[in-house]
Write a protein that binds this ligand. Structure first.
Ligand SMILES: NC(=O)c1ccc[n+]([C@@H]2O[C@H](COP(=O)([O-])OP(=O)(O)OC[C@H]3O[C@@H](n4cnc5c(N)ncnc54)[C@H](O)[C@@H]3O)[C@@H](O)[C@H]2O)c1
Length: 267
């Protein structure tokens, strides 16, 4: 069902790797709601991902960008404005990767070069994106910028490792940049803290199945799906939320407010 909540808006969606990616669902829903978008991902991800298939179906130009490289981000913003015919109304940062997790390093034996790369990909890239957009004046007044995060920024989930600190940094960048963008252009910056979701990035976390089942039982509404996350992103990109900024918004079926659930005691 489409209410055309994003009719006439232009957007950039990062991170659609395959049909499981949260960003894949967001891209589909934004177009369904009347937006025109460009899709982007790291050049290396394009080789084994399915982004071109999605781009063709949604009539969305695909523009490669390594989100850690400012020149790639500048190029992406400029090309997106050219392709879409004007300034950008919304952007989704849907990027996460931990080198230490990928290499199986334990939290008490982390490699610091890997850690810096992890922070650069998963968090500093968000600042770089906003700073590039700010300098190029690429975002429409009253626009909306979102990044996806996880509750491990606030609570301990041991196997999430250094991604917890990445997400804490990401959420802090949203608040800090949200101030500057709010003052200058009435642009909103928020993070959405999503339930565990079956994706390439999600299932890379050790013990993900147990983790997923636990959160599902703990949450009164169950885990939020990628599809419902996409609905929430659409609302946050729309004009209906133009006074919401600098927030970390839980989209987790109620998980973040729970202490204990009888459903878990019956395991
Ligand atoms: N899956 C979950 O359980 C879950 C829960 C909460 C939050 N999130 C967050 O949602 C976001 C999207 O992840 P997902 O679960 O859809 O998994 P995903 O693996 O489909 O998406 C991660 C994306 O990051 C991209 N990426 C990695 N390095 C990059 C770089 N240098 N430049 C540009 N892009 C790069 C990947 O190519 C991929 O498309 C991430 O921020 C993730 O942390 C996921």
């Amino acid at each position: 069902m489409s209410n055309q909540l994003l009719a006439g808006k232009r957007g950039i969606i990062f991170g659609a790797l395959d049909e499981q990616s949260i960003a894949w669902h967001v891209a589909e829903k934004c177009v369904e709601q009347g937006a025109r978008i460009t899709l982007t991902n790291a050049p290396v991800a394009m080789r084994f991902g399915k982004i071109f298939e999605l781009g063709t179906r949604l009539n969305a130009p695909v523009i490669p960008a390594d989100a850690t490289l400012v020149e790639d981000l500048d190029n992406l913003l400029q090309k997106s404005m050219e392709e879409l015919g004007g300034k950008i109304d919304f952007m989704l940062h849907s990027i996460g990767m931990s080198l230490n997790v990928r290499k199986g390093k334990s939290y008490t034996d982390l490699n610091y070069e890997f850690m810096q790369k992890t922070f650069d990909i998963s968090a500093i890239s968000f600042h770089k994106l906003m700073q590039s957009a700010y300098k190029l004046d690429a975002i429409q007044d009253g626009g909306s910028i979102l990044a996806l995060t996880y509750i491990a920024a606030q609570r301990i989930f041991p196997d999430y490792s250094e991604m917890a600190e990445s997400k804490a940094l990401l959420e802090s960048f949203a608040r800090s940049f949200g101030y500057h963008y709010g003052i200058s252009k009435k642009v909103r910056v928020n993070t959405i803290s999503q339930s565990p979701t079956w994706t390439t990035a999600g299932s890379g976390v050790k013990g993900f199945k147990e983790f997923f089942d636990y959160a599902d039982k703990m949450s009164p509404l169950g885990n939020a799906s990628a599809d419902s996350c996409a609905d929430y992103c659409v609302v946050m990109f729309s004009d209906l939320t133009r006074m919401v900024t600098m927030q970390n918004l839980y989209h987790d079926g109620g998980f973040s407010s729970m202490g204990m659930s009888p459903a878990l005691l019956n395991l």
